[in-house]
Write a protein that binds this ligand. Structure first.
Ligand code: PLP
Length: 423
């Protein structure tokens, strides 16, 4: 693609106006402090300064892709330079292996599980597929999937069912959040004596629904059914405790809510079920401990990027994972409350914080979502996601710990304006 084509596509997407080229870099060298008990907007502005997205851009695209934080970018640069200055067998086997194992340690801490249960993958897509390709499932076996799962946790199961002969049973998407018990009922109704696994999503990117995954995993476990939870929209924003949730498999991406390096992912495999999963990729240079020894033998990898995972997790760990979750939820609740007051707005995401996390989806009256999204980018420097199609059409706003209350007010005011004037 040449420059002109790129510029044309960027303009179409509205991003030329949002990211005009001149980088407004303000590297705040001061290390972040832990969030105080009641952090004010100044604290969150310091967090905002750890990201390169220009200050005048209100960025609400976390459910799609998060910006990588400055400490991660610095770590990538430092580690790449060190490695390229010394691409020796020693550097490969020690320096980079140490970085990878440090990343594993931080992942295990963040999830409250053991090192032996962590596999570092490329992304949630790969992690989900490692599970659907790796179990011994055959004709007569059933896998229960949620119809709202991401294609890597839905179509992947359907494709593998065709290949291995097992059956996929879909749990329908309810019109609105039916409550925790309602969701548990929907899944347990689909369980039969032939069910071997349930594949579910922690937070839906299509509705913002937070699912009662601990309860669904428990219901599965009590029937001898394995559970896979896709945490792409939860890891890095919800303060996770897999030791209490007890899924058999949990998946996530570093480039989403953890604000880490791109193309790095997480697969958690509970110790007790590790002997039931087979690797599809068999090579050399596996991880140092537990299941990573057999599930990370991918040959030469992006060791520099894997090592930089540590910095992303450290940043959120310093602020405090509970504080990151509380802040994202506070921003989402403010959006829900303020958007809900605008004439014509129909919220698809539940107003109840027990039923949602940090994704807010709504229909902006009769405005065309794509046009509205373009206008927000072009005129107001606001990055959102347009949802077209029949299922919850409208806009998706996904605030994170780098957003400010000012961002919230800006987007609500801009949407209010377009509802009155049209786009
Ligand atoms: C629920 C869910 N699962 C999986 C994915 C895929 O993530 P990745 O592209 O990082 O593999 C997404 C992406 O948005 C998602 O929302």
């Amino acid at each position: 693609m040449n420059r002109r084509e790129f510029a044309r596509l960027a303009a179409l997407a509205g991003s030329a106006a949002v990211f005009p080229g001149a980088l407004d870099i303000d590297i705040n060298a001061a290390p972040l402090r832990p969030a105080p008990p009641a952090p004010d907007e100044n604290f969150w502005r310091d967090v905002r300064a750890k990201f390169l997205v220009p200050r005048d851009v209100a960025f609400f695209n976390a459910a799609n892709l998060c910006p990588t934080s400055l400490p991660v970018l610095d770590a990538l640069d430092r580690a790449a330079r060190a490695y390229e200055a010394n691409p020796s067998p020693e550097a490969r086997s020690t320096l980079m292996a140490n970085g990878r194992e440090a990343a594993r340690k931080m992942l295990a801490e963040a999830l409250r599980v053991t090192l032996e249960e962590i596999v570092i993958t490329r992304n949630t897509t790969e992690s989900n597929n490692t599970v659907s390709s790796g179990l011994d499932l055959k004709a007569g076996d059933e896998v229960v999937v949620w119809a709202d799962n991401h294609p890597s946790n839905l179509n992947a199961w359907r494709q593998k069912a065709t290949r291995f002969g097992f059956t996929v049973v879909s749990v329908p998407v309810p019109p609105s959040h039916p409550g925790a018990d309602g969701y548990v009922d929907l899944f347990t109704k689909a369980f039969t004596p032939r069910t071997r696994l349930v594949a579910v999503t922690h937070v839906s990117s299509n509705s913002g629904d937070l699912l009662p995954v601990a309860e669904i995993c428990a219901a599965a476990r009590s029937r001898g059914i394995l559970s896979l939870v896709d945490g792409a929209q939860a890891f890095g924003v919800i303060d996770l405790n897999l030791a209490t949730m007890q899924p058999d498999f949990y998946t996530g991406s570093m480039h989403k809510w953890p604000c880490g390096p791109k193309e790095k992912g997480l697969l958690y495999v509970r110790q007790a079920v590790q002997d039931r999963l087979h690797p599809s990729v068999v090579g050399v240079y596996g991880g140092a401990v537990g299941i990573s020894r057999t599930f990370e033998t991918h040959g030469q990898r992006d060791d520099v990027g894997i090592a930089a995972v540590t910095e992303g997790l450290k940043l959120q760990g310093t602020v405090g994972r509970a504080a990151v979750e509380a802040r994202s939820r506070q921003l989402a609740q403010a959006l829900i409350e303020k958007l809900g007051r605008l004439d014509g707005v129909k919220l698809w995401t539940s107003r109840d914080p027990a039923r949602s996390a940090a994704i807010v989806i709504f229909q902006p009256g009769s405005l065309d979502p794509r046009k509205l999204n373009g206008a927000l980018a072009q005129n107001d420097k606001i990055v959102a996601t347009a949802r077209t199609g029949d299922h919850n059409p409208g806009l998706r706003l996904a605030p994170h710990f780098y957003n400010t209350m000012e961002d919230v007010d800006r987007v609500v005011s801009a949407i209010g304006k377009y509802l009155k004037t049209g786009v």
